[in-house]
Design a protein around this ligand. Structure first.
Ligand code: NAD
Ligand code: TYD
Length: 339
């Protein structure tokens, strides 16, 4: 089996490459990534020594380069993680989100059609459902809900989902889509909530909590996400959408306090800053479909996963300190300087 994993040098893509190489000793994997600010080839170092893994530095919107590698490698399955993924950056500059997340997906699907790919899997997000009210804990996202995006990021991901389903219906491209809740774990870029708070707390810097910190996210350990996608690409039904989430809802402020407690740092580091524009209130996944159809259940509870994650960041300081020493400084100043 030949598998293409796009966005392989990012957070979830790299974890997925490691998971798949380990789980399927007979599969060959190509990791494709254009190495944007969020992609880091150093992350893939353990895989680069594996003869069953190849890395290709290709932008998914580059039709010629994409077609060339599809022609060479004869992919059976494509798993598309490549995306611009940070909501705050999409509010600053939406254009690149539309280019990569929508047009890049189209380029990959055209190549998949042309070269006879047997399954195109689109890695989607629960943010395409918009948000849920804080005072209705009974409401959860189900696959049949309409798409109502709040940010340029989620609008671009919703557009990509619609395009994927259209390629299935119009051109018979075999597809599946997964829509997962917020991930956390090793190798997450320190602009996202959990690694940013770990990095700041470690350095005794203020922890910027948006608004009152009451927004709720539904957290899933990254390896549980990788396992779910593995199940979907093998046993998921053509043309279907699968929600992935583990009933782990937490208010942001509670996540921040757990991190501080675990690191032995004072809550006085918490600083409330101006809220994000259009800030989604609550995400919460109903994972009944993937559980009942494919037997997936999460295995890592938040209490354990957050400890493992914090320990990973403590043990791998050089990985994220390298990152926050570069362009990240300007980003941080732009995003948080006058907030
Ligand atoms: P990430 O930002 O860490 O990684 C994205 C990767 O894509 C980076 O390595 C980047 O270099 C690469 N990339 C960006 N533009 C590219 C292009 N034009 N061509 C080739 N490569 C390009 O993101 P992530 O958190 O790992 O998310 C991966 C996927 O999972 C995304 O599609 C995202 O929408 C989805 N998702 C993420 C979460 C989450 O909590 N992080 C939850 C649900 C779904
Ligand atoms: P984030 O990790 O950006 O994921 P998403 O917006 O895709 O869910 O943010 C998670 C939550 O944390 C979100 O409600 C915004 C909030 N947040 C902060 O309060 N402070 C921060 O510095 C960041 C990055 C996020």
């Amino acid at each position: 089996m030949n598998i293409l994993v796009t966005g392989a040098a990012g957070f979830i893509g790299s974890n997925y490459v490691f998971y798949m190489l380990d789980k399927h000793p007979e599969y060959n994997i190509v990791g494709m990534d254009s190495l944007t600010y969020a992609g880091n080839l150093e992350t893939l170092e353990p895989a680069l020594n594996n003869p069953r893994f190849d890395f290709a530095k290709i932008d998914i919107t580059d039709k010629l380069a994409v077609e060339k590698i599809f022609e060479e490698k004869n992919f059976d399955i494509v798993v598309n993680f490549a995306a611009e993924s940070h909501v705050d950056r999409s509010i600053e500059d939406p254009g690149v989100f539309l280019r990569t997340n929508i047009l890049g997906t189209q380029v990959l699907m055209d190549a998949s059609l042309k070269y006879g790919v047997k399954r195109f899997h689109q890695v989607g997000t629960d943010e395409v459902y918009g948000d849920l009210p804080l005072d209705r804990p009974d409401l959860l996202f189900v696959e049949t809900m309409p798409l109502v995006a709040s940010s340029p990021y989620s609008a671009s991901k919703a557009s990509a989902d619609l395009l994927v389903l259209a390629y299935n219906r119009t051109f018979d491209l075999p597809v599946t889509i997964s829509r997962c809740s917020n991930n956390y774990g090793p190798y997450q870029f320190p602009e996202k909530l959990i690694p940013l708070m770990i990095a700041n707390a470690t350095a005794d810097k203020p922890l910027p909590v948006y608004g009152e910190g009451l927004n709720v996210r539904d957290w899933l350990y990254v390896e549980d996400h990788c396992r779910a996608i593995d199940m979907i690409i093998h046993d998921g039904k053509d043309g279907e959408v699968y929600n992935i989430g583990g009933h782990n809802e937490k208010a942001n402020i509670d996540v921040v306090k757990i991190i501080l407690k675990q690191l032995g740092k004072p809550e006085s580091l918490i600083t409330y800053v101006t809220d994000r524009k259009g800030h989604d209130q609550r995400y919460a996944i109903d994972p009944t479909k993937i559980h009942e159809e494919l037997g997936w259940l999460p295995t890592t509870m938040f209490e354990d996963g957050i400890k493992m994650t914090i320990q990973w960041y403590l043990d791998n300081e050089s990985w994220w300190k390298n990152i926050i020493s570069g362009e990240y400084q300007q980003y941080y100043e732009r995003m948080y300087g006058n907030r």
